[in-house]
Design a protein around this ligand. Structure first.
Ligand code: PSU
Ligand code: MN
Length: 305
């Protein structure tokens, strides 16, 4: 555990870590930028409850007033949800500036991994990760999430990645950078809203015990990188591929027409897809996060044994 003056671990999370109890990190970009208020706050609090019910302590991560919080209070979660996109989406390059200026930031997968690792948290649950964007061969738009997975030893449980990305290139990039991709109960990469993408992952893993054993081995080998667990959305909440893929194509063409680039690309595409598919996609999104939280909590419990 590396401690620094910017890191603020909540008393509950610090106590759990000191006692060797399981802790699961949660990101805050999903709260401020990923869902509308009040569903974002309701979901964030429900995810914390699910983690508790499955035997672990939740640590929602964010930057508040230049402090790297590992374990937000209910009030902080409400603040992040109400403030929404007014809170900076914070990737690795933003952390030093936010700390220096005493500002707030909603943490992406990248910065949630960084802060989780600083605090000594090994498992992190989210919805979807960033990846290699379609057209990256000319735009070079590749999420910093992939780089962080290559360098920071945290296990990230997600529901795959949305096909707003080039999923094939995303897997190639992860392969090059030595990031193991483990399908939970499947050899196929799930595509967030749907269980199928047509792309294969490295390994199928069928229990939290096996996930914990894999991550433990990685740590024992002295590897600095993380692991990506791709947990398919439960069948009953998965969306019609034709509906979701149509919305994704439309969102991509609107992003192109509007000249969207840089850190705005992912939030723009996600918001458009949501707008085009209405409440259905929000409901699926919430359910898959719950599903990932359950698996992450059970895995963290096995790791703590
Ligand atoms: N993909 C999703 N939902 C999300 C994100 C990505 O399906 O909420 C968020 C996560 O916080 C992720 C970030 O870490 O977007 C990636 O942004 P970028 O592509 O700009 O790296
Ligand atoms: Mn990008």
């Amino acid at each position: 555990m590396s401690l620094n003056k910017y890191l603020d671990v909540s008393p509950e999370v610090a106590g759990a870590l000191a006692a060797g109890k399981p802790v699961v990190a949660l990101e805050s970009t999903i709260i401020s930028h990923g869902m509308p208020y009040p569903q974002n706050v309701e979901t964030a609090l429900a995810v914390e409850s699910i983690i508790r019910e499955n035997g672990a302590v939740p640590a929602t991560i964010a930057v508040i007033g230049g402090q790297l919080k590992a374990g937000c209070t209910r009030e902080e979660i409400e603040y992040l949800g109400k403030a929404g996109t007014k809170v900076t989406k914070a990737s690795r390059r933003d952390l030093a500036m936010l700390c220096a200026r005493g500002q707030d930031g909603a943490t992406t997968v990248t910065t949630t991994m960084i802060i989780a690792h600083m605090a000594g948290i090994k498992v992190f649950a989210t919805g979807g990760i960033g990846g290699v964007h379609r057209g990256a061969e000319t735009t070079m738009d590749i999420s910093a999430d992939l780089e962080e997975l290559a360098h920071t030893p945290v296990m990230v449980v997600c529901a795959g990645a949305k096909s707003i990305l080039d999923l094939g290139l995303t897997l190639e990039y992860l392969e090059t950078h030595g990031v193991p991709v483990l399908g939970y109960g499947t050899r196929e990469l799930p595509a967030f809203y749907t269980r199928h993408s047509g792309f294969s992952v490295d390994y199928q893993v069928d229990s939290p015990e096996e996930l914990a054993a894999a991550f433990k081995a990685s740590l024992e080998l002295g590897f600095q990188g993380g692991m990506l667990v791709a947990n398919p959305i439960p069948e009953e909440y998965s969306m019609d591929p034709a509906v979701i893929n149509g919305a994704i194509e439309e969102a991509l063409s609107q992003a192109k027409a509007n000249g969207i680039h840089g850190k705005e690309t992912t939030p723009f595409l996600l918001a458009k897809v949501k707008e085009l598919t209405g409440g259905d996609s929000l409901d699926s999104n919430i359910q898959l996060v719950f599903n990932n939280a359950r698996l992450a909590a059970k895995t963290a419990a096995c790791l703590a044994k």
